[in-house]
Ligand binder design. Structure first.
Ligand code: FAD
Length: 422
């Protein structure tokens, strides 16, 4: 390696960090080290299908080292960021210290429980592959318990599922669980079917899919109602104690399962000046994603807050497309720095948003229109398969998916609890 080669350390290999790294491949003026707490990249929009035993975790995740094979200037370092030391251009991780010429923070967000300690203790989050597998085991274990139970109230506690958050994740998981109840529970757990378990979807707003168009909101409401989901709007979860979900309306729902699909907060980045940490812990950056007041630290994706894009003066939505576009632009800008060219300011190109509600039913909001139903579902499917890292995964995912939809009976309902043998 050339002595003038500069080192870029990227912390976080999600959409933002990975797109940056991939674009830097084979640009030998930089040595790029990707640091992540996991040894794989994963695709959060499909987590809910892992958690409902519809697809395998490996369908939506891919090892960094496999992706970096043959890319001489990219390497992977497994570790969790502990602290940034801007004065010595170094970071501390749980596995050691790394120095950098440029540091890029791309650690995304974590679940926000809004200070509700009981919820934090007992609710099931939906942010990581670990969360999704834990939720899958939890739901399957409750069904096994429900089979053994003879008490009506106990069966109700085990069968009821409460989902907090009526955004895309809450809607998608509600639809999937409702389909699971219809197609799978009656076959696998025939004695549970006669129980009184219901799916409750709770949202503080007066519609589902808050950020989407009115047509998408109405469609989601109609489809989920049709599937038997109990929708509680203008309602918040206040507490969760002794398997009772307490709602702001005063109602208590007897449920062993509270899925927390509401609220995120940016991951902590200790060591940065306090005045750059803003609302939701997002880090304030200029138009080039450079952290305010620093010279060589950048932030991209969900962790970043920019007020410099005229169409998004309050900051960008925390979405995959923003993260991808910021990652790619930062790669171009780091190459611009190396070549002595001017950097380009970030402007988000909003390509629309979509959500799947149930089998063959999705909604798509484009900047100039809306569509729904089977065609929307097909569009959703392709848009979600194409960006998944690794060619092998795309084929596998498409196959698993169509097979599961055709048979209504995927075979992934395995309760696997990795533990050291006693
Ligand atoms: C369930 C779910 C569904 C979603 N659905 C959609 C959707 O349909 N459409 C859409 O546009 N957006 C969706 N999003 C949002 C989208 O996933 C995020 O906007 C996007 O992932 C942000 O990318 P990022 O690179 O900033 O962060 P992330 O993708 O979250 O990546 C962060 C990375 O940092 C790593 N990391 C975290 N902390 C540390 C640490 N301390 N040290 C080292 N590494 C660390 C993580 O392991 C991870 O690899 C969804 C999110 C979730 C959770």
């Amino acid at each position: 390696m050339n002595v003038s080669t500069k080192r870029i350390v990227i912390v976080g290999g999600g959409f933002a960090g990975l797109n940056l790294a991939k674009r830097m491949a084979n640009h030998d003026q930089y040595q790029v080290i990707m640091v992540d707490r996991n040894n794989y990249h994963f695709f959060p929009p499909l987590l809910y299908q892992v958690s409902t035993a519809f697809i395998e975790a490996s369908n939506i995740s891919y090892p960094f080292r496999r992706m970096f094979q043959g890319k001489s200037n990219l390497s992977f370092y497994m570790g969790t960021l502990i602290k940034i030391n801007p004065e010595s251009n170094s970071i501390e991780t749980d596995n050691g210290t790394l120095t950098y010429d440029y540091l890029v923070l791309a650690m995304g967000t974590e679940t926000n429980y809004f200070g509700l300690d009981n919820v934090k203790q007992k609710a099931l989050p939906m942010k990581t592959i670990d969360d999704a597998l834990h939720l899958r085991n939890h739901v399957l274990l409750r069904l096994e318990e429900a089979v053994r139970s003879t008490d009506v109230r106990e069966k109700e506690r085990l069968g009821n599922v409460v989902i907090a958050g009526g955004g895309p994740t809450g809607v998608e998981i509600a639809g999937m669980l409702a389909e699971m109840g219809k197609n799978i529970v009656k076959k696998d757990y025939p004695t549970v079917r006669s129980g009184t378990g219901r799916i409750h979807l709770v949202d503080a707003g007066d519609t589902l899919l808050g950020p989407m168009s009115q047509k998408s909101q109405e469609e989601a409401y109609k489809v989920l109602k049709g599937l038997g989901v109990n929708i509680h709007l203008n309602t918040i979860v206040k507490d969760y104690l002794n398997d009772q979900v307490m709602l702001s309306t005063g109602e208590h729902i007897n449920s062993a399962t509270l899925i927390w699909a509401t609220g995120v907060i940016a991951r902590e980045a200790p060591g940065l000046p306090a005045d750059v940490i803003t609302r939701g812990r997002r880090i304030l950056a200029d138009e080039y994603n450079k952290v305010k007041g620093t010279e060589n630290i950048f932030v991209i994706g969900d962790q970043c807050l920019q007020h410099t894009d005229a169409k998004f003066p309050d900051g960008h939505p925390q979405l995959a497309q923003v993260a991808i576009q910021q990652g790619k632009l930062l790669a171009d800008n780091l190459l611009n720095i190396a070549a002595g060219r001017a950097m380009k300011a970030f402007k988000y190109n909003d390509k629309g948003s979509m959500a799947i509600i149930a089998k063959y039913k999705a909604v798509v909001d484009l900047p100039k229109g809306f569509f729904k139903g089977f065609f929307a579902w097909i569009v959703w499917l392709f848009i979600h398969i194409i960006p998944i890292a690794g060619f092998r995964n795309k084929g596998k995912l498409a196959f698993n998916w169509f097979w599961s939809f055709i048979t209504n009976d995927p075979t992934l309902r395995l309760i696997i609890r990795p533990e050291k043998p006693k």
